[in-house]
Design a binder for this molecule. Structure first.
Ligand SMILES: [Zn+2]
Length: 476
């Protein structure tokens, strides 16, 4: 992949961290099935205009202040009283107040993509004919303040939908208020395939046509990425997730852009070149990168360099552990990335690099370098007994969110000694990548002009343990 494309895509991927950073705490408790305080009836319409007709049924106890998180395509919301009288409500900055006595709210969300494939339409709607991708937050009007016990029912008619959640046997989604806040990505229409990873299932919506790829080849590609996640975590982190795949006309890149959006469970969407081939999909890193974000908790407040660093670091190791790329190729990718990060960082310290908004190369690759440093240090102080994966495994038992301090405490628990704070303080204070050379020397990674060579060195066994995966007896 060329440097510019990598930069653009990784820059786009940073949006992920912004998304995760803003999310509310997801709770794994199942929804209660008693009377809902809000009901959303969504109908996919083809005529006279393609779009989503949304009706919200209110009870006297329902909230009265609503908003569009991403106000863009809806100008008017209609309020209907029980007696049939209706009035148009104006939106102010995406917010609307519902007069008392209102029984129904109705609005129309048009599905059209004037600038197909752009980042903006990735949220507000991208698709063709009757296959559409849209972010829940773009089209769902939701209460401005969501009471913690708010119960919501949601139905979709007129097409096949792939939402982050599972409906009941009657096709009704039973949601909690938080599901309207972190509503993930939604797919309407298109085709479906399914990828299995151990006991987990990836439900996939194919939202458009490919010129070379078959549907099962798309699912094979995602199953491969899912299996690579299991070289990092003992099992796939969720029993079921949904993935929407959107072909982009005039492109043959395996994957152009991907994002995890917070919902419970998280939802993934990926743009793929319409002319991509099964052979080119083997070189893709976007799907595994996105799925690796499922292996760590959401950090609140957001620590993009750490979450992106973990995903970036493991993207290369996991593809080597699965055999999709050689160990040499993995270290080539890592050292190429470190070189781009170093070029971007110049003489600045890591603390300066990660505090500058928009320096994606710096943020991703100082983060990946820190992940490598931390992994090596953990293995060294425990004589190979512990590794960075054990930290993720421990954090997974502690819930879906954590913090930088919580992450550090988990590192120290796994190490059996204080390690994290001192290592982080050191890395933040010295020029970024200043100890890269000595670390690579010890690992036996030699950067010859144009090509990385792996050789015997004091820590070359440790390096082989990094890229070689878990022992087969606990590969899960
Ligand atoms: Zn990422």
């Amino acid at each position: 992949m060329d440097a510019l494309k990598t930069m653009v895509t990784r820059a786009a991927l940073l949006l992920l961290a912004l998304t995760l950073g803003a999310c509310a705490t997801p709770r794994p408790t199942p929804p209660r099935r008693d009377t809902a305080a809000l009901r959303y009836n969504i109908t996919y319409a083809r005529e006279p205009q393609r779009g989503l007709e949304v009706e919200i049924v209110l009870l006297p106890s329902s909230p009265r202040d609503f908003l569009f998180r991403q106000p863009e395509r809806v100008e008017t919301v209609w309020a209907l009283r029980e007696d049939g009288a209706s009035s148009a409500l104006r939106l102010h900055g995406g917010e609307v107040h519902v007069p008392s006595g209102t029984r129904f709210l109705r609005y129309f969300y048009p599905l059209e993509s004037p600038s197909r494939g752009g980042e903006r339409s990735f949220f507000s709607g991208v698709g063709e004919e009757d296959a559409w991708h849209v972010a829940g937050r773009a089209y769902l009007l939701r209460p401005r303040v969501v009471p913690p016990d708010l119960r919501v029912e949601l139905t979709v008619d007129g097409t096949d939908a792939l939402l982050p959640w599972l409906p009941d046997d009657a096709g009704v989604y039973h949601l909690r208020g938080e599901d309207l806040v972190d509503s993930g990505f939604h797919g309407f229409g298109g085709r479906r395939c399914e990828a299995r990873v151990g006991a987990s299932v990836l439900e996939v919506a194919l939202l458009g046509r490919f010129t070379h790829l078959s549907d099962s080849e798309v699912c094979d590609w995602l199953a491969q990425a899912g299996r690579e996640v299991v070289t990092v975590r003992k099992t796939f982190p969720h029993p079921r997730i949904t993935v929407r795949v959107v072909p982009v006309p005039g492109a043959d890149e395996p994957a152009l852009f991907g994002m995890v959006q917070w919902s419970s469970p998280p939802s993934i969407s990926i743009l793929v070149g319409q002319d991509a081939t099964a052979a080119s999909m083997k070189g893709d890193w976007v799907a595994i990168h996105e799925m690796l974000h499922l292996t760590h908790p959401t950090l609140l407040p957001r620590v993009a360099w750490l979450t992106e660093g973990l995903a970036t670091y493991y993207t290369e190791l996991a593809r080597a552990r699965s055999g999709r790329q050689t160990a040499q190729a993995a270290w080539q990718e890592l050292t190429d990335g470190f070189a781009r990060g170093q070029a971007s960082a110049g003489s600045r310290t890591m603390a300066e690099v990660v505090s500058r908004e928009g320096d994606w190369q710096g943020v991703y690759w100082t983060g990946a370098f820190f992940a490598l440093r931390l992994d090596v240090e953990l293995r060294r102080v425990t004589h190979g007994r512990a590794r960075l994966e054990d930290v993720l495994e421990l954090l997974a038992t502690r819930g879906p969110t954590s913090s930088l301090a919580g992450f550090g405490a988990a590192v120290d628990t796994v190490a059996g000694a204080p390690l994290f704070d001192a290592l982080l303080a050191h890395q933040l204070s010295v020029p970024a990548f200043s100890d890269l050379g000595s670390l690579l020397d010890r690992l036996g990674v030699q950067i010859d002009p144009g090509r990385v060579k792996l050789q015997a060195a004091p820590d070359s066994r440790l390096r082989e343990a990094l890229d070689g995966g878990r022992p087969s007896d606990d590969a899960g």
